[in-house]
Design a protein around this ligand. Structure first.
Ligand code: G4P
Ligand code: NA
Ligand code: NA
Length: 194
């Protein structure tokens, strides 16, 4: 997605060989026009899949998912990382290990918001090692629902996330695929190289 690549080049900053900072438009300040375009792009890619729910993970997954759900005319559900005091009903939960942060978080979704027969589009801001997406997929499957696909805003193609998700049989659509962050420079995976 050209508009997204442009934002990454112009406003992103490479923090290390492995980490890209995009606080100007995605993880802290939000570029709402860009988020609308991103959401529409996801909706477009999955419009023939009869999606019934969009599922993401708080907090940074919510903005790029919002317009996707709106455009597909389905509810947006976000998994929580902390248990809410009002979330005392039954939940589906999954343990997600973050290699970046070296912590394990329990993520959960109330059983009220995912049902048998749902066809779910999972969306997240970053794909690194795939643990968050696998945790979300696990929650979908606990509900007896189907993962129809996984939409990612920024994929770090040099990490193993995509491979893990594809191995598990999921369709992955990433709007920007980063081949490397060597020497402080972002290199995208060119479509012709795929
Ligand atoms: P994984 O799910 O693919 O295995 O990723 P990992 O555990 O490594 O990611 C942990 C957190 O770091 C996630 O955010 C993820 O979106 C984010 N992240 C991973 N790689 C990058 C990167 O290169 N740049 C930025 N900016 N973020 C990255 P989170 O803890 O869920 O936070 P939130 O922003 O959603 O609240
Ligand atoms: Na994040
Ligand atoms: Na995230």
């Amino acid at each position: 997605m050209e508009l997204l690549k442009q934002a990454i080049m112009e406003k992103g900053s490479v923090i290390s060989e492995g980490v890209l900072k995009v606080d100007h438009f995605l993880n802290h300040q939000i570029d709402t026009n860009l988020m609308i375009a991103i959401g529409k792009e996801f909706a477009d890619k999955f419009k023939s899949n009869q999606i019934t729910k969009v599922l993401t993970l708080e907090s940074s997954g919510i903005a790029p998912s919002f317009m996707a759900a709106q455009d597909l005319s389905v509810p947006l559900v976000f998994a929580r990382k902390r248990k809410s005091i009002t979330m005392n009903e039954d939940v589906y939960s999954s343990m997600v290990y973050s290699f970046t942060k070296e912590v394990t978080n329990e993520i959960s979704v109330s059983k009220s918001f995912l049902s048998y027969g749902d066809r779910v589009l999972i969306i997240d801001d970053f794909l690194a090692n795939g643990q968050a997406a696998l945790g979300l997929a696990n929650i979908v499957e606990q509900a007896g629902a189907k993962v129809s696909g996984i939409g990612i805003v920024i994929e770090k193609s040099f990490q193993e996330g995509r491979m893990k998700l594809e191995e598990a049989g999921y369709r992955v659509e990433s709007l920007a695929r980063i081949q490397s962050l060597h020497n402080g420079k972002v290199s995208f995976l060119e479509e012709s190289a795929l």
